[in-house]
Design a protein around this ligand. Structure first.
Ligand SMILES: [Zn+2]
Length: 387
């Protein structure tokens, strides 16, 4: 839709309304009558646009029932050939891809272990392109667009301003490079920080709160801030760098140039080092056996995380902390220490104790969020799909 007081152009209004109807069916299969009552559009207008959506192979309508009295309502569903969305994630030690339907049903997934810290940008692009090709079949339903999650600060133009743990990403125009590699339009790609996209996936999980901090525990520690149901990205897209909040002014040096950053105490590398293991799987197995050194290492990481989070919660006043990524895997041992620090340090805790819970979405949250952001953008105004 156009903004301001100028009347919207008819073509824009139609795109918007087509997207609105499609979005409605993405939420749940509906009859034409349901769509009219839900959107406030006239039944005739809905019918004309539904015919258009069926013709475009975006929607499919159940066949008329052969028995029964009255006119049974025929449900509209997504057409099997409706466009799909691709999510990509480049992280410190893996690259992942997923292809989903517009309503989030997973059609294909791929994951490969890589060491992105050691690879030049050209190689990282090659891995992203290969991951995309692993989930897209040339003969399958068309691809609407692709979202790309990266472990770094991304500006509104999709350029990575800073990626402390993957140096080759800093300054990279990820969308432009991947678009060239895939020979697709740059405009079909969206790039964002992995914690932001994971928070978006969590926001769309059933029963999700409207206000929460999603903490992504990987080698880096990032936070996605969901406030009033929407992702808060800050003035320049740089909000949520929880891993680089300092909890000790003369503390351990950090790759960001600072000292005493949360990541140096609660990030995956620091945690594994403290436990004396080399992999997350070994850590999780040791915790299951109750190995005291592992349990202590996780509790110490939880305290450090809790101190950083308490500062954040005192500033933005959200009631819920969602722990994702590695933190969800060790939640049982991590959460008590996080809760202790929040209870002691968050001023609002006296009247409303912060909730700390594990993410509903699994380790694939960021890559799923990357696919979801493409759908959200396309259905927000319909111009990508209908102009
Ligand atoms: Zn730092």
């Amino acid at each position: 839709m156009t903004s301001g007081r100028a009347p919207a152009r008819p073509a824009g209004v139609r795109s918007h309304n087509l997207a609105l109807l499609l979005w409605s069916v993405v939420q749940e299969p509906s009859s034409r009558a349901d769509l009219a009552s839900r959107t406030g559009l006239t039944k005739a207008a809905v019918s004309g646009m539904v015919d258009d959506l069926v013709e475009r192979q975006l929607l499919d309508e159940d066949p008329p029932a052969v028995t029964g009295r009255g006119r049974p309502s025929r449900l509209l569903r997504l057409h099997p050939n409706a466009p799909t969305a691709v999510g990509l994630e480049l992280n410190v030690d893996y690259v992942a891809a997923v292809r989903t339907t517009l309503d989030g049903h997973e059609l294909a997934a791929h994951r490969a272990e890589i060491d992105s810290r050691a690879l030049p940008w050209r190689e990282l692009t090659r891995h992203l392109v290969a991951a995309w090709r692993a989930v897209v079949r040339p003969s399958g339903a068309p691809v609407l667009g692709s979202g790309i999650a990266v472990p770094g600060v991304v500006d509104h133009a999709g350029v990575v301003l800073r990626a402390t743990n993957v140096p080759a990403l800093t300054g990279a125009n990820v969308a432009a490079a991947v678009a060239t590699g895939l020979r697709v339009s740059r405009r079909s790609l969206v790039v964002d920080n992995e914690a932001n996209l994971a928070a978006l996936a969590e926001r769309h999980a059933p029963m999700a709160e409207r206000d929460f901090v999603y903490v992504s525990g990987e080698v880096g520690v990032g936070a996605g801030l969901v406030i009033g149901g929407a992702l808060f990205r800050g003035a320049g897209g740089m909000a949520g760098e929880l891993g680089h909040v300092s909890i000790e002014s003369k503390g351990r040096p950090c790759g960001c140039g600072g000292q005493g950053c949360v990541e140096q105490y609660a990030g995956q590398d620091a945690l594994l080092r403290a436990a004396g293991v080399t992999s997350v799987d070994a850590l999780v197995a040791g915790l299951r056996d109750g190995r005291r050194r592992y349990v202590r290492a996780v509790a110490e990481a939880g305290s450090a995380l809790g101190v950083g989070l308490a500062g954040l919660l005192n500033v933005i006043d959200v009631p819920t902390v969602v722990l994702g990524g590695l933190y969800a895997q060790v939640f049982e041992h991590l959460a008590p220490a996080v809760r202790d620090e929040l209870d002691r340090r968050v001023l609002a805790a006296d009247v409303r104790r912060p909730t700390v819970r594990a993410a509903h979405t699994g380790p694939e949250a960021a890559v799923r969020g990357a696919a979801a952001v493409v759908v959200q953008r396309a259905l927000a105004d319909g111009t990508t799909l209908f102009s």
